[in-house]
Design a protein. Structure first.
Length: 414
């Protein structure tokens, strides 16, 4: 039985919502479906502050860095264990990226963060790898230290308003996660979700920004500006201009072009309406199946998913690690699993091992925890509509591959 690594939900409700866009509204680019999706996400995370949909996580993060005045000469601190977009959003704005190592739960190490802050630091981008939240309180405590606050140099009006380093959460994986009982999207100053095809909720390509800016910012007023900034600085969308007599518009700033089309929003809207009651619980069930199955084996290092402090994952990825395996053995295991038509992946190849970043002087030896996590990690299929029969095939195939590569009998079951 062939089991792909990832499949989006394309069912009758998604198709009906898409057909409604194509045949009833007749509007394909940014319009009422985007606004409806923004509202659904805002309601889901329980925020009194607004949400803005964009065409990708990367463009959403770039938009917020542009809004905060980040550019050449500035530094943005990110974890070394993440997808390259976390770095590229800053690099694309001309800023320098400072990478720090992570803890053994895949998330940014706050103490490594503290040593990386300089007078050039403008933004911290922690990453919720696999949907498991970072320790945001610990990160905020670092940013609140007197010696850290003294280093902050405000060089833009919004930097002056905030008066400290901006905390921008990379929540590409964590729509639906909670940190100490608070929904991700209500914890950091700004949260950017991904709605890419492989994410829990997808629009094909897309992202969403949840604003949570403190006083003196007015989040609703900032949203109005951000809508324009994300549409080439134009203060009316095409949908608004298309209304009778509403043709006149203005360009109020040098913006980007990052708006989400209604055609894409239709897919996400149909899924988002069922996320809390159906899709998210089903992902949790799949995750728990893997936990129960692999907890029997002492060689299986299980990924974090919840804490006693009401921190809980969105169950986006199941990051299984094979104790005692090096990178070569892990790769052999993946090859054997794949030959059985079970789709697995690795999240992620550390950026310091990729050509672009190596050529810029980053060295994987500077991030030992990042490398140790990567070297024996395998991501297992976790998506809606997987059956228990399919999940058992995944488990059996991974177990067989482990023992085949390890060259041992199946005796180490706890």
């Amino acid at each position: 039985m062939k089991i792909p690594f990832s499949l989006p939900v394309i069912d009758d409700e998604v198709i009906a919502e898409m057909m409604d866009t194509l045949t009833r509204t007749g509007w394909l680019t940014t319009g009422p479906k985007v606004r409806a999706l923004e509202k659904e996400i805002q309601i889901f995370i329980g925020s009194s502050n607004p949400v803005l949909c964009v065409n990708s996580w990367t463009s959403g993060a770039m938009l917020m860095l542009r809004w905060f005045g980040v550019g050449p000469g500035d530094e943005v601190i990110i974890p070394a264990y993440t997808y390259s977009a976390t770095a590229l959003c800053a690099m694309n704005m001309g800023a320098s990226v400072v990478m720090v190592d992570v803890k053994d739960d895949f998330t940014m190490d706050p103490e490594k963060l503290a040593t990386a802050v300089t007078e050039k630091t403008k933004v911290i981008i922690p990453v919720d790898i696999g949907g498991y939240p970072c320790d945001y309180d610990a990160i905020r405590q670092v940013l609140a230290r007197p010696e850290i606050r003294k280093k902050f140099r405000a060089e833009h009006v919004r930097q002056q308003q905030l008066g400290r380093i901006l905390l921008l959460a990379d929540a590409a994986h964590s729509l639906g996660a909670f940190y100490k009982g608070r929904a991700i999207g209500t914890v950091a100053d700004i949260t950017v979700y991904s709605l890419h095809s492989v994410k829990n909720i997808t629009t094909g390509e897309g992202g969403a920004i949840a604003l949570n800016l403190p006083s003196p910012f007015d989040n609703d007023k900032e949203l109005v500006f951000l809508r324009a900034l994300g549409l080439n600085g134009q203060n009316k969308s095409a949908f608004e201009k298309n209304q009778p007599g509403a043709w006149r518009y203005d360009i109020i700033d040098q913006g980007l072009k990052v708006n989400m089309p209604d055609l894409c929003a239709s897919v996400g809207l149909a899924q988002m309406r069922r996320y809390r009651d159906r899709f998210l619980p089903e992902r949790k069930r799949i995750f728990q199946f893997y936990l129960n199955a692999f907890s029997r084996y002492e060689w299986a290092i299980l990924p974090p998913c919840r804490n006693d402090d009401a921190t809980e994952s969105s169950y986006h990825l199941f990051l299984l690690r094979l104790r005692g395996f090096d990178e070569t053995e892990r790769d052999r295991a993946i090859q054997q699993i794949s030959s059985c038509e079970v789709g697995v992946n690795v999240h992620y190849i550390p950026m310091a091992m990729l050509t672009l970043f190596r050529n810029r002087g980053y060295q994987i030896s500077d991030y030992p925890m990042t490398y140790s996590l990567f070297a024996n990690e395998i991501s297992l299929p976790i998506y809606n509509n997987l059956t228990e029969k399919q999940l058992q095939i995944v488990v059996d195939t991974v177990v067989d591959a482990y023992y085949s590569i390890a060259g041992t009998e199946k005796t180490n079951v706890v």
